[in-house]
Design a protein around this ligand. Sequence first.
Ligand code: ZN
Length: 218
Amino acid sequence: MRILKDLYFYPWLSMQENNANTVFIDGPVPTLIDPGHARLFGNVTAAAARDGVDVGRPKLILFTHGHPDHIEATELFEEDVLRGIAKDEYVYMRQEGKELFLAAGAHVPGRPFRLLLNEGPLVIGEKTFLVIATPGHSPGSICLYEPKEKVLISGDTVFTLGVGRTDLPGGDPDRLAASIKKLSRLDIEYLIPGHGEMLKGRKAIDKNFAMILSEFFE
Ligand SMILES: [Zn+2]
């Protein structure tokens, strides 16, 4: 579905299979964020086609973090597509994060990640996002914030009515709490999480943060 000009959101609604939500940014630099599992990516392609959008030829693919349900489909795209992930997460995928791929019957993506992200601005076509380091769910989890339209792509750090799990390798509840507190200070109109439904409206989003910080971390 189209959220804003050149910004599309493909939530994963099946309860039977795990997959991450996918975001697509259209425009001069078509960008996929968290394409998900390889075997399920066809669903994203089909949903995008219904919106009149082609997600099959991205110039850039970004990952909020390196878990298989967000990243595995990266293997479907050509080697020369630019791929971006946080530096820490790149290392993590090859160390303790590796066992999650083995458990999922997958392998750590072999395609090159030529864009190792640090905190700071990231220009994608006509939009400028801020990369925000949000460790906790995994050591190199990031969120992407677009301050003009007040969009936060929050990966598995914060959801509508929930937070990312911290019981997987590299998870850390204290770091997650600190990350969520940091995000709660942003001015957000569109909260686009890595799983579940998106949340719209500053008031609802502030309420969501307040609920999460009191329910999960106090
Ligand atoms: Zn995850």
